[in-house]
Design a protein around this ligand. Structure first.
Ligand code: PEP
Ligand code: MN
Length: 365
């Protein structure tokens, strides 16, 4: 069901209205020099919003947790030197008061905070009566309602300059990403709240510089409104998230490579075609997972046949399989030709797997 929110523009005066809205800056505020040098590089690219973490929610203790309030005057210096708007993360009421006291222009709620409704409510209540843009990152876990719930809590507290930020979701399995993008979730959020701006955070999705362009491009192809990207004047010595930060110069090069394709839906909603493609990609992944599982079972069958000295090909069984699959396929509107090709190929692959297992030479020790 669609959720109707009467939102004011997230974008502040002087920030170009065209897509993509870019927010960039270091993961953490490390020193006034680091901040100003980075900000000048970004400002030269035409970027108007500077991000930096003052309070850093770190997964493990003992890592750099940000300089806290002492870094707030550095944000003010960035503003004075470059005229950029400043953005930082707030995770509790004290952060909100301090950030407002020092004139921070945009706040964001981090992934670990969005996952906690008590914390979200406290921050939202602390902002009652304040007209400030708030960016709400997705929770660390792929729970769409939790993300929507956080947006609603701010909206109900009277904050109407809201945007959602897609920073990926943590998984136990090893992946090429630091946080799995799980594109269906932001797409579904856009379907539920069509007028909320969607900002992609490729830095925290990728965890390295490698796929930043690919992820940013995909976000643009999905008609996202903007990107928040980590940039540091000297990424090698960054005190947090060093591997994923870009120098302002490399960020400029990357942004130049992004192709802004025409989307069918120019009204801000995610294009239907791209959305359907995401669904297709997901289904293909599932098909591959199922093939993998099926072949693992074939390996076990191979082992069993080897131990019991049974031949691989049991013609009757194969005949049975193909007849049943053809019948089932027909009921599902799939042509006999297609079913025949697919199941023959599966069967051949399965025989190959069994063959390998049965003929594997025992290595003499
Ligand atoms: C960040 O933006 O630096 C950050 C801590 O992000 P997240 O909450 O997405 O991990
Ligand atoms: Mn970071």
């Amino acid at each position: 069901m669609e959720i109707k929110l009467d939102l004011k523009p997230f974008i502040l005066d002087g920030v170009p209205k065209e897509r993509p809205l870019i927010m960039a800056g270091p993961c953490s505020a490390e020193s006034e020099v680091q901040m100003i040098e980075t900000a000048k590089g970004l400002s030269a690219l035409g970027i108007k919003i500077f991000r930096a973490g003052i309070w850093k929610p770190r997964t493990r203790p003992g890592t750099f947790e940000g300089y806290g309030s002492m870094a707030l005057p550095w944000m003010k210096s960035v503003k004075d030197e470059t005229g950029m708007y400043t953005a930082t993360e707030v995770a509790n009421v004290k952060h909100v008061w301090e950030a407002l006291k020092y004139g921070i222009d945009i706040l964001w709620v981090g992934a670990r905070t969005t996952a906690n409704p008590f914390a979200v409510q406290e921050i939202a209540d602390a902002l009652k009566g304040v007209d400030i843009p708030v960016l709400i990152k997705n929770p660390v876990n792929p729970d769409l309602d939790l993300w929507i719930g956080a947006i609603e809590r701010f909206y109900q507290a009277g904050i109407t300059r809201l945007a959602a930020c897609h920073r990926g979701f943590s998984t136990y399995e090893k992946s090429v990403y630091r946080n799995d993008p799980n594109w269906q979730l932001p797409i579904e959020l856009k379907r539920r709240i069509p007028n909320i701006p969607m900002i992609n955070d490729p830095s925290h999705i990728c965890g390295s510089r490698e796929r930043l362009l690919e992820v940013s491009q995909k976000a643009m192809d999905l008609n996202f409104d903007g990107l928040i990207i980590e940039s540091h004047c000297n990424p090698e010595i960054a005190m947090s998230d060093a591997k994923q930060q870009l120098t302002p110069a490399s960020l400029g090069e990357m942004l130049n490579k992004i192709v802004l394709r025409k989307t069918e839906a120019e009204n801000g909603s995610i294009s239907t075609l791209e959305e359907l493609r995401v669904q297709i990609d997901k289904i293909d992944d599932t098909i591959l997972d199922i093939f993998e599982t099926r072949m693992k079972i074939a390996d076990q069958i191979g082992l069993y046949k080897k131990e019991h000295n049974i031949a691989i090909l049991q013609s009757k069984r194969w005949d049975n399989i193909i007849t049943k699959r053809l019948e089932m396929g027909e009921k599902k509107g799939l042509s006999a030709e297609f079913i025949d090709i697919v199941f023959r190929a599966i069967h051949e692959e399965s025989i190959d797997h069994q063959n390998k297992v049965m003929n594997k030479k025992e290595v003499a020790i």
